[in-house]
Design a protein around this ligand. Structure first.
Ligand code: ADP
Length: 169
């Protein structure tokens, strides 16, 4: 059984095996949580991302997929980058958002990670409504078959924290 808990705070301050990044498909940096992770983690993360782009991810990382790099100076062993879907009112992209959580856990498990911190993927610039984003995150992690022992949802503000805490109660 995986323990799941909501935490209010900045994900770049977490001490865990894996910090999940809500990246964009270029893997070459962005704003929000992506910018914060690269700022605090230092240039080694971007160097790894560039290597991945030069190797097997020439077109970038597809939405719903996940890939690991070093965590640089973060207090973690790896950063797992995943690309959330942009929210759409004309198309149901929930399966892609669920895939981000499932694939990140799969990659983390393959690495031997026991503790994983997730941000609320797609709920920032990508516009996913927080309550629905929290529902998909919690349902997907609860249903995942994983060797990861502990999942922390690290929520930046009180509204996000409440949305996740309510789903976990
Ligand atoms: P996306 O493009 O997937 O929407 P964002 O980074 O814009 O990604 O936002 C995802 C979520 O991460 C938002 O809820 C945002 O408030 C939150 N967030 C931003 N910075 C941090 C941080 N340092 N730690 C944890 N969560 C963060």
């Amino acid at each position: 059984m995986t323990a799941i808990e909501p935490v209010r705070g900045d994900i770049t301050r977490e001490s865990v095996d894996v910090i999940v990044n809500a990246a964009n498909s270029s893997l070459l940096g962005g704003g929000g949580v992506d910018g914060a992770i690269h700022r605090r983690g230092g240039p080694a993360i971007l160097e790894d991302c560039r290597r991945l782009r030069a190797a097997h991810l020439g077109k970038g990382l597809p939405t719903g997929h996940a890939v690991a790099t070093t965590a640089g100076e973060l207090d973690a062993r790896w950063v797992v980058h995943t690309v959330g879907p942009v929210y759409s009112t004309s198309e149901d992209r929930s399966a892609l958002l669920a895939s981000c959580y499932r694939e990140s856990l799969r990659v983390a498990g393959e690495l031997g990670a026991r503790t994983v911190a997730f941000p609320a993927i797609s709920t920032g610039v990508y516009g996913w409504p927080m309550d629905d984003g929290a529902r998909i995150a919690v349902e997907t992690v609860r249903a995942a078959e994983t060797t990861v022992e502990e999942v922390r949802f690290v929520l930046f503000d009180e509204r996000a924290y409440e949305a996740f805490a309510a789903r976990l109660r």
